[in-house]
Design a binder for this molecule. Structure first.
Ligand SMILES: C[S@@+](CC[C@H](N)C(=O)[O-])C[C@H]1O[C@@H](n2cnc3c(N)ncnc32)[C@H](O)[C@@H]1O
Length: 578
């Protein structure tokens, strides 16, 4: 039973209570309600009309609240919906309004309230109670605004991923169109964990620019799939769109413009406070733009509330950047790093592989005391340990079972019996690791390990934080420190070399360059691809030995020269699995 009294505003209920006696069947009720508020086929079948009568006569109880997580359900409040409409209202002579996943209908009411010229409106929603709520809200809207002219309104109970937008686009081609709303906020991998089938269906049509590519990915946002599908169908209309989405969706769509060349232009991103509006910690924004005339490859970013301009991001020639202005000032160092950036070590076994040192023994996360040889125990740094410019100690330790990926680990049994015993005692934790990278590998295998891990001097950065400062990670009593897989680093044999690299990487030009290409609302703002774009040789040439030598006592002229040789070397290609 999806129709419940709770969806019907009191005023509308009073109105229906008076009229119900003259409405004998579904047809007469539908025709009466169409005249009153423009909504077509208010009741899809006789059972729905009967349900309404029952509500009015018997005052039944509301539906149970169901779990709405798989529907990415974050209903836009009335105030935010009105603010969004007024933001695009400027030239507001829209004739057709489409709300692709209309929920409780607040965008629809905000649009009907402000845009007088609407002659046709379509709302789609998968959850029947919301369909009811929207229909009754519209009825209520026209009852309280009797002077407003009604439009041809269709609130459709359907799945946005199977709905026939091709036909709708054809039928509305001549109408000035506004697509407005707030598509679901959930990713397909989250749906996987919920065992939900609320997913786009495979299309395989050449018309589906980018859609197949997107939905073929292992992780994509449902909202993005909705938006991409709508753009495919409506890009040749006259009109605009205003869609509340996760900010990453806007970045992805602008990024894919180079390949997909969808006819959307005048793109704007208005950053909202999702915590305050939806009580959820997500970066979200209103994405606005127009259809049909040009193809934009860049997007202007504003604060939604103050309208203060923040950034202009998108494509500059063949580079995708987070701030076009900053990028223009630093683009000359955009290139390829001759030094290979690495991510740290990965073991997926923190319960037994992350150790604390207490006097002469270690403890693990299971609270056990561990007495093992020190030989393959190394200090371990995590992202949160890279706060300082120089890092020479650590809170944690780890066991480095291999010196390179795939190395046979049987040596541990012969050479380090206590370590071997400890690892064997905890073998279950290793064998239950989910990632397939460990399949068929020697016992106690780790990843993100190679000669580079054993360099004594490293320059490192966290992949998790917005901060772009590089830390020097020195050895602990001639033993290198390891980094975990949330960090990236380059390793050196000599401290002077590492310090030169640190000086160059923390220089204003590199920092400005990073700020121009890093998207701070991404989960991993810093990653290997970004770091590999810093052409250290070009940076090197901007500085003199005198400037760099004052940075650290250990930097000699010969170190400065040999650093140059290292970064000048051509075509160093190393396997970079992690
Ligand atoms: C983020 S909420 C926003 C609702 C409404 N647009 C608003 O702004 O308040 C997303 C809506 O999409 C609906 N939805 C989720 N999956 C859907 C699907 N496959 N087809 C149609 N609607 C869907 C949810 O039920 C929910 O009402």
């Amino acid at each position: 039973m999806s129709l419940s009294k709770s969806y019907i505003p009191q005023l509308t209920l009073d109105f229906l209570s008076q009229e119900i006696y003259s409405l004998t069947n579904r047809e007469s009720a539908n025709s009466f309600l169409m005249d009153t508020c423009g909504v077509r086929s208010f009741f899809d079948n006789e059972a729905e009309f009967t349900a309404l009568k029952r509500i009015i006569y018997e005052n039944i109880t509301p539906d149970n609240i169901v779990n709405r997580r798989e529907f990415g359900d974050y209903q836009t409040n009335e105030s935010l919906a009105s603010q969004c409409v007024s933001l695009i209202e400027g030239d507001s002579d829209y004739e057709f309004i489409l709300e692709p996943t209309c929920g409780k209908g607040n965008f629809i009411i905000a649009a009907l309230n402000s845009i007088e010229s609407v002659s046709k409106l379509v709302g789609i929603e998968i959850y029947k109670p919301y369909v009811w709520e929207t229909k009754f809200k519209i009825l209520s809207f026209y009852l309280t605004n009797p002077d407003k002219e009604t439009a041809d309104i269709n609130i459709i109970h359907a799945d946005v991923f199977t709905y026939d937008f091709k036909k709708l686009a054809k039928d509305t081609k001549v109408l000035k169109t506004l697509i407005i709303g707030n598509p679901p906020w959930i990713t397909n991998s989250e749906l996987g964990t919920l065992d939900s089938s609320n997913l786009p269906k495979k299309k395989n049509s050449s018309l589906q620019k980018g859609f197949d590519a997107l939905t073929g990915k292992s992780n994509f946002d449902l909202g993005e799939a909705v938006v991409v599908n709508l753009f495919n169908h409506f890009q040749y209309h006259r009109g605009s769109f205003a869609l509340l989405v996760k900010s990453i969706v806007i970045k992805n769509i602008v990024k894919s413009q180079r390949k997909n060349k969808v006819k959307i232009y005048d793109l704007h991103k208005y950053v909202i406070n999702a915590k305050a509006e939806f009580d959820v910690s997500v970066n979200a924004s209103l994405f606005t733009g127009s259809f049909g005339v040009e193809i934009s490859y860049t997007c202007l970013e504003y604060d939604f509330y103050t309208k203060a301009e923040k950034l202009n991001f998108g494509w500059v020639n063949d580079k995708f950047v987070s701030s076009i202005n900053k990028y223009k000032q630093s683009s000359h160092i955009d290139g390829y790093s001759r030094l290979i950036w690495r991510s740290g070590m990965k073991h997926d076994c923190s319960k037994v592989m992350e150790l604390n040192q207490i006097e002469a023994y270690y403890t693990n996360k299971l609270g056990e005391k561990i007495f093992i040889e020190d030989n393959i125990v190394y200090r371990l740094l995590k992202s949160s340990d890279l706060k300082n410019i120089d890092v020479t100690s650590s809170r944690k330790f780890t066991i480095v079972t291999q010196r390179k990926i795939g190395q046979d680990t049987s040596y541990i049994k012969q050479e380090l019996p206590k370590t071997y015993q400890y690892l064997c005692n905890n073998e279950q934790y290793f064998s239950s690791r989910k990632s397939s990278i460990y399949n068929g590998k020697p016992r106690f295998s780790i990843f993100g390990i190679g000669d580079y891990s054993f360099k004594l001097h490293k320059i490192a950065i966290s992949g998790l934080y917005k901060k772009t400062t590089f830390s020097y990670v020195g050895p602990d009593k001639s033993k290198p420190m390891m980094l975990d897989d949330t960090c990236y680093f380059i390793g050196f044999n000599a401290k002077a070399q590492a310090k030169i690299a640190q000086f160059l990487l923390n220089s204003q030009i590199v920092q400005s360059f990073l700020n121009s290409i890093v998207f701070s609302d991404s989960k991993r703002s810093i990653n290997k691809d970004i770091l590999m774009r810093i052409d250290l040789y070009k940076v090197y040439k901007l500085f003199s030995f005198d400037e760099v030598s004052s940075y650290s006592d250990c930097i000699t002229y010969s170190a400065w020269e040999s650093f140059k040789n290292e970064i000048e070397a051509k075509d160093i290609v190393q396997p970079t699995l992690f």
